[in-house]
Ligand binder design. Sequence first.
Ligand code: T5A
Length: 208
Amino acid sequence: MRGKFITIEGTEGVGKTTNIEFIQSWMDTKKLSYSITREPGGTPLAEQIRELLLAPREESVSSTAELLLVFAARAQHLNQVIEPMLGEGAWVLCDRFTDATYAYQGAGRLMRDDLIRELELLVQGSLQPDLTLILDIPVQVGLARAGERSAPDRFEQEQVAFFDRVRNRYLQIAQDNPQRCIVIDASRSLEGVQAQIAEALESFWETV
Ligand code: T5A
C-alpha cells in the first residue's frame, strides 16, 4: 500500500522543526515505516539549491529565478526521495512543500498563481499531501523566536508586511482545502501545540 504524505507549514520560527520530533515519536508509536525530509532540500542536489536560495547576498534575486530554483529542488526531491518512499509504502513527513511556494513566492513575492500552478503540474502532476499541518502564529512572535535561534537567512531579512502576506495566504490555503489542512495555534505553549497536533494526527489515523 502506498505511504501517506504529511507536510508541515507556517511562517518563520513557527516551531516546525521542534514539532517534527513530536510527530516522529507519534509515528514510532504507530510502528510506521517513515522518512523525514524538508524543502527546499532533501537530496544532495536539492540541499545545494537550498543553500543558494537561503544565503544572504548583495545581488538582488529575481523572483522568477527564485521560483524556478524552488521547483528545481522539488523536482529532484520528488524523484529521488518522496515518490520512491511513498511507493514503498513508507510515510513521508516533509518540512514545507508547495503550499510554501504559493505563500512565499505567490503572496510574498507577488508571483502569479497561474504560473506557480503550471510549474506545480509539471513537477508533481496530481500529487498532493494527504495531510498538511499549518502552524499559525503572529508574524512578530515567530520572527522573534527564529531570531533567538540563528542569524537571519535571506528570507528572514524580509519586512513584516511580506510575512503578513505569507501568513494570510497560508490561512487562505487552509480555508480552501479543509479536507487536507489543519491549522494549529502555535502561539500556545509547546505542550498546547503538541496536544493539537496529536489530535489532528489521531483524526487522520482514523481515516487511513
Ligand atoms: N521557502 C521554502 C520558499 O520561499 N518557498 C518554498 O517553496 C519553500 C519550500 C527555509 C525558507 O525557504 C522558504 C521559506 C523559508 O524562509 P525553513 O528553514 O523550513 O525554510 O524555514 P524557517 O521558517 O526559517 O524554519 P525555522 O527552522 O526558522 O523555523 P521553525 O522550524 O518553524 O521553528 P523552530 O522549531 O526552529 O522554532 C524556533 C524557535 O522557537 C522555539 C524553538 O525552541 C526555537 O528556539 N519554539 C517555541 N517557543 C515557545 N513556545 C513554543 N510553542 C515554541 N515552539 C518552538
